[in-house]
Design a protein around this ligand. Sequence first.
Ligand code: NAP
Length: 414
Amino acid sequence: MSVIKVALLGFGTVGEGVYRTIQSHQKELKAVLGKNVEVVAVLIKNKEKKRDINSGVLITTDFEDIIELPHLDVVIEAITEKEPSFTYLKRALIKGYHIVTANKEMFSSHGRELIELAAKQKVSVGFEATVAGGVPIIQTLQQLLKVNNVYEIQGILNGTSNFILTEMREKKQSFFEALKLAQQNGYAEANPSNDINGFDAYFKLMVLSEIAFGEQPEQKYVKINGITDITSEQIEMAEKLGLHFKHIASIERKEDRLYASVIPTLVSKSHPFYHVEGVENAVHVKTDLVGGITLQGPGAGMFPTASAMIEDLVQVFQRHSTLGNSLKNKSIIKKEAKDQDISYWIVSNLRNHFSLSVITYYDQLSENVFLIKAKKSQLLQLCEQNDALISYPILGNYELKSEHEKEALQLLID
Ligand SMILES: NC(=O)c1ccc[n+]([C@@H]2O[C@H](COP(=O)([O-])OP(=O)(O)OC[C@H]3O[C@@H](n4cnc5c(N)ncnc54)[C@H](OP(=O)(O)O)[C@@H]3O)[C@@H](O)[C@H]2O)c1
């Protein structure tokens, strides 16, 4: 076989980026794979749209045309929603084709099943593009997992939310002005609900959870709060205190439970996320051996995402027997934070659930607002008991310096 034959599912932002990159990087692909790579078929939904695709390529709205092709090596999928993506990829694996996907919504639910099926079929699954676009976090985690115990992952995983929070702070815009700009710039979807309500970041966090911990927490135990309630006034007040609001997805294991959240968070200057601005993504991984590692880069867009998929394509062919087996089994891999980090949290509406015995420090800022020091697991347990509790963690080093700061902190949440 001197040519690797590719079928592309979807020709939107990501699919077109993959197609163009395969054309523009033939020389590089041939150098690493020893073969040409050729897109032989493209699946789309709307045949009326004009597309710049070579005349020899089959363009179809019918997946049967693709699955019945006589020669195919890999199916690269960049369509939207769980279905029909999952069904198409399952069928591709059953036919013995490698698959590469960017579809986090589908993969966060069905990733394990696809990877197990791929292992049975002796083919591979690439899914780097499902998390943080062009940032190679999946490959990094898979390398680290060989010997390091990962005990916590934190991420700015949604570029749209980060762009909105940055615009609100730097240009003093309202949430809706910043959202409109994100849509005009093509960062946010026409329906940006998953971005601003935290579900896009949640899907990505669940993919990371499978890789790092071999399992996912049940959704009902994951605290998911979007950024829609954050006001320009809160952002301005936070900045005066040397803090930036970021929308942070995080997960860690304590004993035999995973604690995950996707929530607005205050970040101090000492934390690597303080300077992650605009549409950038970042992932901070804490492990027992190497300590903390931060990866940062473009989390979305045509070519950053295509980059992740093309690198996956190469991986799939270079070491396809190992890539497909890369999700760990929960019962084999059991990672635990020996000393779970204690952070500051600003909390209000504690009501009767305030249990001083689980909290190492607290400072009452007003009748209803407290600055406390607690482990994430303790705080999330309090949140589970009390729906009305509002809390913002403070990541990085932070010390209260004056009475004036106390008042300002209280206004952040009151
Ligand atoms: N955009 C990013 O930066 C980014 C980054 C990482 C991951 N992703 C993920 O990558 C995937 C694609 O994103 P995108 O931004 O490229 O989306 P998009 O621009 O909306 O493109 C989607 C493409 O899929 C096709 N499609 C959708 N449903 C289909 C169906 N049922 N059958 C056949 N074709 C179908 C559409 O066909 P028509 O052209 O005919 O409408 C279109 O070509 C999504 O799962 C997304 O979450 C995107």
